[in-house]
Design a protein around this ligand. Sequence first.
Ligand code: COA
Length: 335
Amino acid sequence: MARRAKITGTGMYVPERVVTNEDLAKLMDTSDEWIRQRSGIAERRHIEPGQTPSDLALAASRRALDAAGLDASDIDCIVLATLSPEADFPGTSFFLQDKLEAGDTPCFDLRAQCSGFGYALSVAKSFIEAGQFRRILLLGCEVHSTGLDFTDAGRDVAVLFGDGAGAVVLEANEDASDTSALLEIRLHAQGKFAKKLWVEAPGSGIAPARMTHELIDQGRHFPHMQGKFVFKNAVTRMPEVLIEALNATSLKLDDVDLFLFHQANLRINDYVAQQLEIPPEKCLNNIQRYGNCSAASIPILLDEAVREGQLERGQVVAMTTFGSGFSWSCAVARY
Ligand code: COA
């Protein structure tokens, strides 16, 4: 029996601090109505001063480990997807590994922005199927709030993003009678559009110090996005990769019990579902409460689906992402 990767535990954590659209309207020229209409978002979470990405990741990890009935010492490898590392290097995963007291367990950060969790799932699946590791802790973790421009100049981006972490434990499944497995994952990227949604500085190509006062004055250390262009690409690529991943299995759209789409914009997800004639009750969204948590969006959504009984053992879940890079992916799993 071939070794397969099975999801055995999920967990999530978002900071306590709720930031409503009205709160943001006090800082910049925006309104609750604009944000809700354009994106579906009502509120998001921001960290408290002193809280770090690895704190969020730690809380999510503990919940996922508990759900899997494991201790940190049982884990063979930690993979953490993020675009907002705690430090430029070594990233976030090493701080998490230390807080988990995980000994010398290997860990690393993976960067594929809002598709980071899809890419990380693919890496973990390969590790397990190849026999390198049996138990992997996988995270998506973002702290956006410390890197957004909360003035009028940044209003098109700042209102969209939130902080949070989601975790999944993946284990080798060699039981022939147990059908739970990551079935298929498809990954894509298009670097020619890297600058359509990016943070330019600090960057190692910028001499002499990766950052200049001028760049800061120009706000080029904040994310910049061509929103309409990103939107158009997202609504094309997400259905495309979802169908591609399903075609690679013996499953059809109707066989999927739950669709989890990246939480960038409710309008994007409604449009994709409509195009594919997916019934709304099969799509789960939480962008209304958390905004776009980039790499953390899918694992947070997955954990909520499991805990609320919307995803049960044996059911099929399709997780589709799109984000900066551009990068996009779809993972199909039998839970
Ligand atoms: N509050 C109020 N007005 C705002 C605003 C805000 N927070 N942000 C932008 N506006 C204004 C713009 O300045 C513009 O004004 P103008 O018509 O006077 O020039 C107007 O609202 C419309 O802006 P536009 O960018 O055309 O809006 P949109 O309908 O395209 O919606 C996004 C903007 C960002 C919500 C939408 O483009 C989007 O979701 N894009 C994809 C985002 C995405 O997927 N990102 C992440 C991928 S991981």
